[in-house]
Design a protein around this ligand. Structure first.
Ligand code: PLP
Length: 382
């Protein structure tokens, strides 16, 4: 079995209970939720509702109906950005964002939205003071990630959300790399819009994700269509979540997502995080002992979320990743990780970096084997 260190892309393996929930739902409970009065539709609808309630519990969301399910974080981010921003609006973002944020903002800029980008420092840290300075009068929304998918840098969102709330700025967080590892309570952090993938650290299947929308913010939908209610009306329902959920939901995926979150709850978020920190500590210490290795992001594991980027001097990261995979069975990601702005910020354009992203199911032995492989490749001089 290969050693999988690409959990920042999607988590693998999934807990057995996630696999069981997916299979069981597909076999027994895969009618269309909310689309009929018959028992199987009601049963599927109940499952979706339970998943929504599990999300609400997990993220301190007071009303589960404010959670709209999406196919991934990208869709959730698009839903939030296009749902709020209109020509003439001003939006602030950072230089550490994923293309899931960069590209919709570029499209919005082409439609007359004023996009302001705040630079992070060389470790990928965005200073909350600089954010606040850039959120000048008329700023409608601030979007930033909680944790970089390139450097694992964690941003001080707790210093930013409450300030945005006071200023009347919509605070949108891309939690693609932190949800499922770091505690996120939308009320405590004053988050207005939270975009989350279900398939990364929440341990659900691909094809799952959601957007939380604070009460009082009414988004313009991205999609219009059937919702299973108010069928006589040609206009989209205004109530959440149907307002933002047109078309058949991914019940099977949501069964898996619910099981993934329940798995984390059964272990405890603190223990999940502690385990990942131990792996990162081992990885950082080991990499620091290899001559020629350059590590990016913050130098200590405490400030490291679930991704670590490095290079070996004079070695092409693509070749390094290729050799790790083919010669050692170690799966990692190389290149720009869909975040060229972040690489520009840390000075790793155009080649990018090698990214290692251990997850809950990795072991100290996996990290040892990875460090040995990197040492050997380094010693071989290519
Ligand atoms: C920071 C960040 N935002 C957004 C995304 C997009 O997530 P998804 O693949 O679920 O659309 C990713 C994916 O890696 C990410 O790392």
């Amino acid at each position: 079995m290969p050693i999988y260190l690409d959990n920042a892309a999607t988590s693998f393996p999934k807990p057995a209970r996630v696999v069981d929930a997916v299979v069981e739902t597909l076999q027994l409970n895969a009618a269309n939720p909310g689309r009929g009065g018959h028992q199987l539709s009601l049963q599927a609808g109940r499952l979706v509702m339970e998943c929504r309630e599990t999300v609400a519990r997990f993220f301190g969301i007071p009303d589960a109906t404010r959670v709209a399910f999406t196919a991934n974080a990208t869709e959730a981010i698009n839903l939030g950005l296009f749902g709020v921003l209109q020509s003439g609006d001003r939006v602030v973002t950072t230089s550490m964002e994923h293309n899931a944020v960069v590209r919709p903002l570029r499209a919005l800029s082409d439609r007359g939205v004023d996009v302001v980008r705040v630079m992070a420092d060389g470790h990928g840290v965005v200073d909350p003071v600089v954010i606040r300075q850039n959120c000048t009068a008329g700023t409608r929304l601030l979007i930033m990630n909680h944790c970089s998918n390139v450097t694992g840098t964690l941003q001080a969102i707790e210093e930013i959300g409450p300030w945005c709330r006071q200023q009347g700025i919509v605070f949108m967080v891309d939690a693609a790399q932190s949800a499922g590892v770091y505690p996120i309570n939308v009320e405590d952090l004053s988050i207005d819009l939270l975009a989350v993938p279900g398939h990364k650290a929440l341990l659900g299947p691909p094809g799952t994700g959601f957007l939380y929308v604070r009460e009082g913010i009414e988004l313009c939908p991205l999609l219009y269509g059937g919702t299973g209610n108010f069928s006589q009306s040609a206009t989209q329902p205004v109530d959440m979540p149907e307002r933002l959920e047109s078309g058949t939901l991914n019940t099977i995926g949501l069964a898996g997502l619910k099981a993934g979150m329940e798995f984390i709850e059964s272990i405890g978020l603190d223990r999940v995080r502690a385990h990942e920190h131990e792996l990162f500590e081992q990885l950082i210490a080991g990499l620091n002992r290899i001559d020629g290795v350059v590590l990016y992001g913050q130098p200590d594991s405490v400030h490291h979320g679930g991704a670590l980027s490095f290079n070996i001097k004079n070695v092409d990261p693509s070749l390094l990743g290729f050799r790790l995979d083919r010669e050692y069975g170690i799966c990692c990601r190389v290149g720009l990780h869909c975040a060229p702005d972040a690489h520009a910020t840390i000075g790793t354009l155009p080649e990018g970096t090698v990214r290692l992203s251990p997850g809950y199911f990795n072991t100290a032995e996996d990290i040892d084997a990875t460090l040995t492989a990197i040492r050997e490749i380094n010693a071989s001089g290519s």
